[in-house]
Design a binder for this molecule. Structure first.
Ligand code: RTP
Ligand code: MG
Length: 138
């Protein structure tokens, strides 16, 4: 299997809580290479392209609002099976039930807000990784 690349985002809640370094540490400690790093506040146009699959869902608007509320750290990570590997490091979408040992399970919780603030995003397939990396690392 060839070396993969994936897009990881430290979402605004992770940056605001000062967890960017801890999240990068976990990616590197697992053995993946960080080959790209950017920090900026994404605009709605970028987020609409990134989250196109979720358009029309009840959490879509709150999600775009949340994701454009402050800086994110965009990370390009590389390694064999890094897409699956980072999804495993991240844990399940809902941080309340995410397994201890995962980023969301160890560091996340429910804050009673309209959208799940769950610290990180990771591409979920080779196709979405390629598409998302071209958006965030254009
Ligand atoms: P991600 O794309 O951020 O890596 O997370 P994921 O695959 O685990 O979750 P996905 O289903 O792709 O949803 C994208 C993000 O939308 C927010 N969300 N809120 N019911 C809800 O309130 C809800 N469902 C999803 C989360 O921030 C999720 O990560
Ligand atoms: Mg997703």
């Amino acid at each position: 299997m060839s070396v993969e690349q994936t897009l990881i985002l430290v979402k605004p809640d992770g940056v605001a809580r000062g967890l960017s370094g801890e999240i990068l540490r976990r990616i590197e400690a697992k053995g993946y290479s960080v080959t790209g790093l950017r920090m900026f506040t994404p605009d709605r146009e970028l987020l609409a392209a990134h989250y196109a699959e979720h358009e029309g869902k009840p959490f879509y608007e709150p999600l775009i609002e949340f994701m454009s509320s402050g800086p994110v750290v965009a990370i390009r990570a590389e390694g064999h099976r890094v897409i699956e590997g980072f999804r495993s490091l991240a844990g399940t979408t809902d941080p309340t039930g995410a397994a201890p040992g995962t980023i969301r399970g160890d560091l996340g919780r429910d804050w009673g807000l309209k959208v799940q603030q769950n610290l990180v995003h990771g591409s979920d397939s080779t196709e979405s990784a390629e598409r998302e990396l071209s958006l965030w690392f254009a």
